[in-house]
Design a protein around this ligand. Structure first.
Ligand code: AMP
Length: 249
């Protein structure tokens, strides 16, 4: 059983990004880039399925610039067997990524595709759902538990106010939530091993996919700066302030 895991290269979650002075987007020149945290969880889950004998091969795939190979090497250091880079300098939007991934699904025929529930840079939460629609596959989003039984995958989903358990016929698309697992630390020997694992590079044209963006970003701006707080002497003054503020509102 093959598992395909799409991994996105994003600005590291510890970096505080700034808006460019012309408000055309975020300034990400020279900032630290890492694997999208939800994708790390996806790779970890796939590797655990392989380690427990359920899966036979884990393939990581990333779409984007040449430097995505670093993200793919990280995926292979966690335990993916091989990787595919779909290389392009075009700005990729979720529909384009879903089309590229669909082409890989047709080529590789995985039984399970595990994506992150969202990329922390665009917060779109769309790619998994779009891929499932394009590939005509069942989907379970926001997975906090995943169990493979014969040709079925049972997924516990985090939904508002509780948990929902669904069973999907494989092949299927699953997207990860934070509580699915805690990714392992990557060891130095595994980083070295990952350098020797196969990495195939394709272009969108090789897959017959047009990745031209369909959405244009008009403006990106900083959130409004919060006004300074006021220190009050006692509870009575606080109540007075709250009443006055309430009146203004
Ligand atoms: P999004 O819909 O952009 O929030 O992304 C959801 C998930 O789709 C991510 O967690 C990844 O698993 C996958 N994904 C999005 N963009 C890419 C990309 N450029 N390369 C590989 N996987 C991606």
């Amino acid at each position: 059983m093959k598992i395909l895991v799409p991994v996105k290269r994003v600005v590291d979650y510890n970096v505080k990004v700034r808006v460019k002075s012309d408000e055309s987007g975020m300034d990400i020149a020279n900032v630290k880039m890492s694997m999208n945290p939800f994708d790390e969880i996806a790779i970890e889950e796939a590797v655990r399925l392989k380690e427990s004998g359920v899966a036979t091969e884990v393939i990581a795939v990333s779409c984007g610039v040449t430097q995505c190979t670093e993200t793919l090497r990280t995926a292979m250091a966690i335990g993916a067997d091989r990787a595919i880079l779909i290389e392009t300098t075009e700005e990729l939007q979720p529909l384009a990524v879903a089309k590229l991934l669909n082409a890989i699904v047709i080529k590789e025929k995985p039984s399970l595709i595990i994506l992150g529930k969202q990329a922390i840079d665009d917060d779109c939460n769309q790619t998994g759902q779009m891929l499932a629609a394009l590939a005509h596959l069942p989907q379970a989003t926001f997975a906090s538990k995943l169990e493979v039984m014969d040709q079925q995958v049972q997924v516990t989903r985090e939904i508002d106010g509780g948990l929902e358990v669904v069973s999907l016929r494989m092949p299927a698309v699953v997207t990860t939530d934070l509580r699915l697992n805690e990714p392992r630390f990557i060891t130095l020997p595994n980083i070295v091993k990952a350098k020797k694992k196969p990495l195939e590079t394709l272009k969108p044209e090789d897959l017959g996919v047009d990745v031209t963006p369909r959405i244009k970003t008009l403006k990106v701006s900083e959130p409004p700066v919060r006004g300074a707080g006021v220190r009050v002497a006692d509870v009575d003054q606080l109540i007075d302030k709250l009443k006055n503020v309430a009146k203004v509102i």
